[in-house]
Write a protein that binds this ligand. Structure first.
Ligand code: PMP
Length: 452
């Protein structure tokens, strides 16, 4: 009996040693397999980054500032970066006489939406994420992202993408000049003439002049050009900005030549969507769609293969394609944008803009000194009802004879706008941005109420 027990103990010991040896082999030799198994259950390498990201996002800045991992650091810790007019370590101190800065078109009004959709919109990037210049198919553009952009346009109904080519750029800014380059006539004895209709976005002129090519030159306003060159069938490239920056108008071409449709603001929060835009060359940007101006991403939708090849070549020569990290992030954001057929995003952004316009028009309605642009209702195919546009900017006119410099008049009332002359218009006009943070908008409204 004692002998049998002894054999049994010996046998069990042997089994136990064998099992341990097998586990050890699996631990050291089967490392890859183990990683696959552990990835399925618990997080490994992403946990630290996630903790870091959530810790910095959780730093208290009184709602009037944000802390970032790549931002200001004090004593080894990230600290609050305060919004305009706020100060103090937690951004709680409002400086009483501060001017309302309505100058830039920073689309920060989307921020609360992304905070509400924090779980769906966060991206994790591994240290080895897409280190190559190219994707597996040899291109520099993510096919999956391109598919989502097409899906987005079909959900919103604002652009035809079937049978069209798409090119990504570093913001739509890069694509504006790529488009001018692609449409301009090489090998011609005279340069192509680039024009836009006053008031126009200053970057069209700035880039065309800066890049200083023998193939294109900036010729200014379409209407003056038309009256001076009526019989002259010259080579023209016209920027058609619809809706327009600064006045929100749905612009149409004036000259009947080649066109670049800048649709930066052609989204349901800024304008009713009458139907899909169907032009040879259309440019869109993430900046005014989701508010991520800092991500620097835009795209062009192009009908003609030769023009597409030229735009692609421009991007390739300028920077060998755009960042793969950016493309991953944009994919994530656009996936959220198309959720619920776009309703959550565009309901949020439209309601925000509508609320701002309702309050703004109520203030301006009391004034005889200042006026803002007229808005006309249109049927919106996206929301299935007639709505007023709610443009990104108020185009303010100083009505009094003596107020030649409207920006100066507003500045005296502690409001910073952008001079009309920057848009090649009269300085009797000033542009006020309505797409900045809620703090910025509240202060703008307060200063306007005081002034008016
Ligand atoms: N087009 C228009 C009319 C704009 O107002 C802007 C930005 N303010 C852009 C293009 C450029 O946008 P981004 O480079 O951020 O895509």
């Amino acid at each position: 009996m004692g002998k049998t027990k002894k054999y049994c103990y010996g046998f069990c010991l042997l089994i136990s040693v064998a099992v341990n040896i097998l586990f050890s082999i699996n631990l050291y030799v089967g490392g890859d397999k183990r990683q696959v198994i552990s990835n399925q259950s618990t997080l490994t390498w992403s946990e630290k980054a996630a903790e870091e990201a959530e810790a910095v996002a959780g730093i208290y800045c009184s709602g009037h500032g944000r802390a970032y991992l790549d931002g200001l650091i004090s004593q080894g810790q990230p600290v609050c970066e305060c919004f305009d007019c706020y100060a103090g370590s937690d951004c709680s101190e409002l400086s009483p006489g501060c001017a309302a800065d309505a100058d830039s078109g920073d689309p920060v009004f989307f921020e609360p939406f992304w905070m509400q959709h924090a779980t769906d919109s966060a991206v994790v990037i591994s240290g080895w994420h897409r280190m190559s210049y190219r994707y597996a198919d040899g291109t520099t553009m993510s096919k999956e992202l391109e598919n989502y952009i097409r899906k987005l346009h079909s959900v919103v109904g604002n652009a035809v993408t079937e049978g069209r080519y798409i090119v990504f750029g570093i913001g739509s800014t890069q694509l504006l000049n790529a488009a001018v380059y692609a449409l301009s006539s090489e090998n011609s004895s005279s340069p192509s003439n680039v024009l836009a209709s006053i008031p126009f976005y200053p970057m069209y002129k700035a880039q065309t002049v800066f890049f200083n090519s023998k193939d294109f030159q900036f010729e200014g306003d379409t209407n003056s050009w038309q009256s001076n060159n009526q019989t002259n069938k010259m080579d023209v490239i016209e920027f058609v900005t619809s809706p327009n920056n600064p006045d929100g108008e749905l612009k149409k071409p004036v000259l009947g030549g080649k066109t670049i449709y800048d649709h930066a603001y052609f989204w349901p929060h800024f304008t009713p969507i009458k139907g899909p835009s169907d032009h040879d060359l259309m440019i869109f940007t993430l900046s005014k769609l989701t508010g991520h101006a800092g991500t620097r991403f835009g795209w062009a939708i192009i009908k003609d293969k030769d023009i597409y090849d030229k735009v692609l070549n421009y991007i390739s020569v300028a920077d060998l394609g755009i960042s793969k990290d950016t493309q991953l992030r944009v994919l994530k954001l656009i996936k959220v944008a198309v959720e619920g057929d776009g309703m959550p995003l565009f309901e949020f952004s439209y309601n925000k803009m509508k609320d701002r316009w309702d309050r703004l028009t109520s203030v301006f309605s009391k004034s005889t000194k200042f006026s803002i642009q007229q808005r006309h209702p249109l049927y919106c195919n996206f929301f299935n009802e007639t709505r007023l546009p709610s443009p990104a900017y108020a185009w303010v006119k100083c009505e009094r004879e003596e107020d030649h410099d409207c920006s100066a008049v507003l500045k005296a009332g502690k409001i910073i706008g952008r001079n009309g002359s920057l848009f090649s218009a009269d300085d009797r006009y000033t542009r006020l941005s309505l797409i900045k943070s809620q703090d910025d908008f509240e202060l703008l409204l307060k200063r306007l109420t005081e002034l008016i």
